[in-house]
Design a protein around this ligand. Structure first.
Ligand code: HEM
Length: 401
């Protein structure tokens, strides 16, 4: 293990050598006394950080596959539990926010290591340092872009979704490499009172300073979690003070990400609205004709990729029945086109598993009232266990595929 430059044991004890004055490095690093910058602290904090990043990576993959299923999974995505995406994306954002605290504590604990002298000792050491630079940059990029995304602030020129996804793989790879390189230290300092199988001397055991750091970290994680997780975890909604969204705030008691005005949908756009259904036997329906079809009521969550979610009661016509009337063969998939003038989610692909599901509706009403403009009037899609961006609003056309 490298020793970060700092006071020598003699200097710490207040002794100075009469024969040799210590050489001052060019860039004088701070003195790192105390045990909070040691491998035991790095391991204790790293365990939580590693767990948080693992949860974010796995739940991020779930979100990605639900939005862009690979060819082999298309048509076989799970539609149950209906709240599955609500849970995984709530965890992704909740744990991602907590990971910011953990990441900064971890970087604070290890930053003396960044001042090792000489900065590069060998080719292997240079490569190790490069891998740490990639790890830290990618980890900071991931948590900070995620945080700005939930605030809907995009002060960068690149598209958020593909970049966040690609960098997630860089983080995953560099964490694994980091664990492999630090394995001896991690093994040695994994448990509180031992180095491997050997008991630690008293001065190396966890003391009040390290316990205080870890408790402080736990308290900070608890505080940010309790004040943000209510945006998806209903029992804590009253404490939702810091999250950008509150699950009960919005038109008809439900938040809205993209308003009708932002989507360019106006009263004129919907005035002569007809639902078009294409397929072997294409047809068109007015809203009144749709309302005369058998209406079904379902209780399903709207779960946003940005982490907020809420259950609501939706009333409308089963997609399955609309598709059957167009003469679609069993197992057909659907393309749903919105009235939106532009936007990444104007056209949505719906696999056969959602088309056939009796809970998937072309909804006309929300919580007993006619859909408001911002919730997708005249009609919108609601399906079980799907990201909110795929619950297309202002539906204009259903194309059987
Ligand atoms: C995103 C995740 C992580 C980041 C950004 C990170 C960052 C860092 C950095 C910058 C260093 C100093 C590098 C150096 O030695 O030159 C370091 C050291 C270390 N990390 Fe991590 N780390 C992460 C995850 C973990 C995990 C999951 C563990 C273990 C459970 C861990 C255990 C350690 C240990 C034992 C050291 C050596 C500390 C020392 O020798 O003083 N790290 N980490």
């Amino acid at each position: 293990m490298d020793t970060p430059p700092g006071p020598t044991p003699e200097a710490r004890a207040g002794l100075s050598s009469p024969t040799r004055a210590p050489r001052r490095p060019l860039l004088r690093p701070p003195g790192f006394a105390g045990r909070l910058h040691d491998p035991r602290t790095a391991t204790a904090v790293g365990r939580w950080l590693g767990a948080a990043f693992a949860v974010c990576f796995l739940t991020g993959l779930v979100s990605h596959f639900l939005q862009e299923p690979p060819a082999w999974a298309a048509g076989y995505l799970p539609t149950r539990p209906v709240w599955g995406y609500r849970l995984t994306q709530g965890l992704h954002v909740g744990v991602g926010i907590a990971a910011i605290v953990l990441l900064f504590v971890k970087l604070w604990a290890v930053y003396p290591r960044l001042f090792v002298w000489p900065p590069v000792r060998s080719a292997r050491h240079a490569l190790e340092r490069l891998s740490v630079a990639v790890l830290v940059t990618a980890a900071l990029f991931e948590v900070l872009t995620g945080l700005l995304n939930i605030a809907e602030w995009y002060p960068w020129p690149f598209p958020f979704v593909p970049t966040h996804y690609a960098v997630a793989w860089v983080v995953a790879g560099s964490v694994l490499l980091h664990l492999a390189l630090k394995a001896p230290e991690i093994r040695a300092h994994w448990s509180r009172g031992s180095v491997g199988t050997r008991a630690l001397p008293d001065e190396e055991r966890d003391g009040p300073d390290r316990r205080a750091l870890l408790l402080g970290m736990g308290a900070a994680v608890g505080a940010v979690t309790v004040t943000t997780v209510g945006q998806s975890f209903a029992p804590l909604a009253p404490l939702d003070l810091l999250a950008p969204r509150h699950p009960g705030h919005g038109p008809q008691g439900l938040p809205v990400n993209r308003t009708a005005a932002a989507a360019g949908v106006t009263a004129v756009t919907v005035r002569d609205w007809r639902l078009e259904v294409s397929g072997p036997r294409p047809y068109r329906l007015t809203r009144a004709e749709l309302a005369a079809w058998p209406q079904h009521r379902v209780r399903l969550p709207l779960a946003c990729v940005e982490g907020w979610s809420a259950h609501a009661e939706w009333t409308g016509v089963r997609i399955r029945e609309l598709v059957e009337r167009a003469g679609a063969p069993p197992g057909s998939a659907l393309r749903v086109v919105s009235l939106e003038a532009a936007g990444a989610y104007r056209v949505m692909e719906m696999g056969r598993e959602y088309v056939e599901d009796p809970l998937t509706l072309l909804a006309l009403r929300l919580n007993g009232e006619v859909l408001s403009a911002d919730h997708g009037y005249p009609a919108r899609i609601i399906a079980p266990n799907r990201p909110g961006v795929l619950q297309t609003k202002w539906v204009a056309r259903l194309e059987v595929r």
